[in-house]
Design a protein around this ligand. Structure first.
Ligand code: GDP
Length: 321
């Protein structure tokens, strides 16, 4: 059972400092969210009145496509526009980081003097709820810090990249004209989740062809759809095509605001978060009860074959306290 707890002095100080723009305190709070510390719900509740709603841009695509290079370019453009940007790189394969990793420090280096930028990587391995849980909470922290945009980068591995749909307001799918990256070999589902396609490394051969291929598939699959994902060419290395990406993100944002889709997405996010919290609390309850002698007895009956496991589980659930 979750019972609201008063925050400690040091937690309150951390919150105040973060709200005052202190990045080290933001980093500490993100670590609290990532490690799922028990004070997190109370911290988030305390921050709720200060939380802005940042616009969330998801960037996904195969490793090496240029996602982080594009992100860096986007940060620069948004900063030039006076917008604050938080970046969350989600890596489903690396172990729990428990803090900023070397890569973050390298990426942060460019923005060392700029309080309007924060970059952080997290791993989702072993966490329940995959991408969404920690990501949504860290996005809230970014919102409280005053970020206007949050860029969530996910490596195109596993299920995570498809989960981005549940988290982001606009999804960019980055592809490159390299061996194996044709529309036929594209990972299932990737085509459907894109709001904007970016064919990066347009300085290399084959970019125009890949872009034509994608447009053809869109015209077949999305016929009659409300939003037709644009297919952009970029060379993030040279800084080309970045303005167009920003324009299309803004166009998609305006489109969704007009259609009410943005509101719908936010409600869906809250719904999912709520369901996950329920699951988390129920799981905690089960874990607490497993040592109960009565439940151990039921387990023994299941082991001996006297009781069907489903039947046994139903009895256990009915006895949970
Ligand atoms: P990520 O794994 O998707 O984040 O990809 P990175 O941004 O780390 O880029 C992978 C490699 O591709 C790096 O060596 C980049 O310098 C390079 N790269 C990124 N964008 C471009 C581009 O537009 N053209 C070329 N030729 N290389 C690029």
């Amino acid at each position: 059972m979750y019972l609201p707890m008063p925050l400690s002095e040091s937690e309150l100080t951390l919150i105040d400092k973060m709200l005052g723009g202190d990045r080290a305190s933001l980093a500490r709070l993100i670590s609290i969210a990532e490690s799922r510390h028990k004070s997190l719900p109370d911290i988030l509740r305390r921050l709720a009145p200060d939380m802005q709603d940042p616009y969330i841009i998801g960037i996904t695509g195969p490793p090496g496509a240029g996602k982080s290079t594009i992100t860096n370019r986007l940060i620069k453009s948004y900063r030039d526009m006076g917008k604050k940007v938080g970046v969350l790189a989600v890596d489903p394969s690396s172990p729990f980081t428990g803090g900023a990793i070397l890569g973050d420090r390298i990426r942060m280096h460019d923005h060392a003097m700029d309080d309007g930028v924060f970059i952080r990587s997290i791993s989702t391995r072993g966490t329940h709820g995959g991408l969404s849980r920690a990501t949504v909470e860290i996005t809230k922290l970014y919102g409280a810090y005053g970020m206007d945009y949050v860029i969530v980068e996910t490596v195109g591995v596993g299920q995570t990249e498809l989960d981005i749909v549940g988290v982001a307001d606009t999804v960019l799918v980055v592809l490159v004209p390299e061996a194996g990256d044709s529309v036929q070999t594209m990972k299932a589902g990737l085509m459907e989740i894109a709001d904007v396609f970016v064919v990066n490394k347009a300085d290399r051969e084959g970019a125009a062809l890949l872009s034509t291929e994608i447009k053809q598939v869109i015209s077949i699959r999305r016929a009659g759809g409300e939003w037709t994902p644009p297919v952009l060419l970029s060379s993030a290395l040279r800084g080309e095509g970045i303005g167009e990406i920003i324009e299309e993100v803004e166009r998609h944002k305006a489109f969704q605001t007009d259609s009410g889709n943005i509101k719908y997405k936010k409600e869906k996010r809250i719904e999912r978060e709520f369901a996950e919290i329920i699951r988390e609390l129920v799981e905690e309850k089960i874990a607490r009860n497993l040592a109960d002698p009565e439940i151990i007895k039921i387990c023994e009956r299941v082991k001996s074959g006297e009781l069907d496991p489903y039947e046994g589980a139903s009895i256990v659930i009915s006895k949970l306290s």
